[in-house]
Design a protein around this ligand. Sequence first.
Ligand SMILES: O=C(O)CCC(=O)C(=O)O
Ligand SMILES: [Mn+2]
Length: 212
Amino acid sequence: MTNQTNLFDSIPSNSSGKTIFNDDGKVILYNHFFNSVESDKFLKILIEEIQWSQEFIKMYGKSIPIPRLTAWYGDPDKPYTYSGIAMKSQAWHPLLLEIKNRIESETDRIFNSVLLNYYRDGNDSVSWHSDNEVELGENPTIGSVSFGGMRKFSLKHKNPEHHNHKKLVDIELTQGSFLLMEGECQSYWLHQIAKTKKQVDPRINLTFRFIE
Ligand SMILES: O=C(O)CCC(=O)C(=O)O
Ligand SMILES: [Mn+2]
């Protein structure tokens, strides 16, 4: 008799996090937090079923499209403003709740909203910023989940006197990875996803947050 293994079980997900740094805030990376079979499935569902929008920012009186598609889901009555864009929260999609449950069990944190970014190709990006909107309160915990093509996530310390100010901390965010930023990370560090000329597959990133 052959041993039947379920495809899901045969690709274990790895939930032991690795601390990238613990210095003016803490960053922990869990590679393959979601296994490759579920990650492929989740990516497809998110591309098809999330209500993606093209948002615009005003610069020098002109309206400029931001270089990625975005969406905002969460508990009702939690309005959120991001880069001057007032986001309308949509009711939870069941898959977003499933992902939220998985990262909540791992971290013992509660999240009540998620900002989704869809990077269609290497031309899509997010420029240097911190997740420090007032709605997030002091020292917010940000749970960041990625599906699809690998993109480089960089962190840069804000203080010119800091020993790491000139050196970027680069983290490869691969399919199924989970990155946790906590403590004073958003006060002291900036982060970005730079554009790339390399051929990259479409990528979706979900940043789970807690709006007070
Ligand atoms: O795509 C990412 O990994 C980062 C997205 C991000 O920083 C944000 O949405 O605030
Ligand atoms: Mn961010």
